[in-house]
Write a protein that binds this ligand. Structure first.
Ligand code: ZN
Ligand code: ZN
Length: 335
């Protein structure tokens, strides 16, 4: 059987290739899928550049997909051929303490599709039924491909204590920051302020629910917040977060830090400022964001900035590195 796949053949090398893959029958709890769209994420770019802590080329990337179900194993219930699904890329071991508690994002070492597990950017794939979340066919598959970043945002906001959601600063308004702005609005947060260098993204943050948005360094000195979500996690943005959070408030580390960071523990400890973190999501996050996408509460129209066919994968990954793109999607041939 021939399949088409995207391959990071080496550092900074992307190609689309057709390969022979042996057909095999499904295990009882597996599902055969045909990915329709997949989104390119900042973490894919880290892998491509050779900077990711857990994964290096050569590999097949892809962890944000919407797919059609081709076939289900004999023991699978609730999923049928023809269904549209989002696939959770966390390939949990199902045996450790975290997995037994349903905290699949805590399973160590992480086995995530497109990093240490085979990526989804191929025209056919076999995945565990547990990872598939069925979505209504009314959601266009292109929109459904946004469920993964939306689930990241929903998980992040769900981890914020209620008192920290009264007035929130979001640092960074790329795909995840803009998704967090929407999750904050949907989940009933109070006033939302955004810091972001790109003017078009600042304007978009306001259209999606932020009360105001500033360029870095332009936030008025007097402004303080009950919660600060740092989607960048660089030392300067963390410094800003710790300076801006009220006593008793929460700093949420949502960005992926590229290394060790300094934390001002004395002013954290004495005034009960807490540092929390958010990493990926749990299954209920997917089910919740599918409902947001179905009724339009979560708006992807201005977040999907570019669409390429899978044969143009090299161009798509170049485009995803340009600052004025937001979410770049790749489309499989018959999607
Ligand atoms: Zn991602
Ligand atoms: Zn596990």
């Amino acid at each position: 059987m021939q399949i088409t796949q995207v391959l990071f053949s080496d550092i900074n090398q992307v190609k689309t290739e057709t390969v022979d893959q042996a057909w095999r029958a499904l295990d009882p709890t597996e599902v055969r899928i045909a990915p329709a769209f997949f989104g390119i994420c900042g973490s894919d770019l880290h892998v491509l550049h050779g900077h990711h802590p857990f994964a290096r080329p050569p590999l097949v990337p892809g962890h944000e997909i919407a797919a059609r179900v081709l076939e289900v194993g004999s023991a699978v219930t609730g999923i049928r051929a023809g269904d549209h699904v989002v696939v959770d890329p966390i390939m949990a071991c199902m045996a450790c303490r975290a997995c037994k508690a349903g905290q699949f994002n805590h399973c160590e070492p992480p086995q995530v599709a497109g990093f240490r597990a085979p990526g989804f950017a191929r025209s056919q794939h076999i995945v565990p039924a547990r990872n598939c979340h069925v979505a209504p066919a009314s959601i266009p598959l292109k929109v459904l491909a946004f469920a993964e970043p939306a689930a990241c945002a929903r998980h992040c906001v769900s981890r914020m204590p209620a008192r920290s959601l009264e007035d929130v600063l979001v640092i960074g308004a790329g795909t995840i920051g803009l998704s967090i702005v929407q999750a904050l609005r949907i989940m009933g947060a109070g006033d939302v302020t955004v810091v972001e260098p790109d003017a078009a993204k600042r304007a978009l943050a306001v259209r999606l629910g932020a009360a105001r948005a500033f360029a870095p360094g332009e936030l008025p000195e007097s402004l303080r917040f009950s919660g600060v979500i740092d989607v960048v996690a660089a030392q300067p943005t963390l410094n800003e977060a710790f300076q801006r959070v009220y006593a008793g408030g929460t700093v949420m580390c949502m960005g992926v830090p590229g290394g060790a960071r300094e934390i001002p523990l004395p002013m954290m400890q004495r005034f009960e400022r807490d540092l929390l973190s958010s990493g990926m999501y749990i299954p209920e996050d997917f089910d919740e964001v599918i409902a947001w996408l179905a009724d339009g509460r979560f708006d992807t129209r201005e977040l999907i900035s570019d669409l390429f066919t899978v044969s143009e994968a090299d161009k798509a990954f170049v485009r995803a590195q340009q600052n004025d793109s937001i979410k770049v999607l790749l489309q499989f041939a018959d999607a």
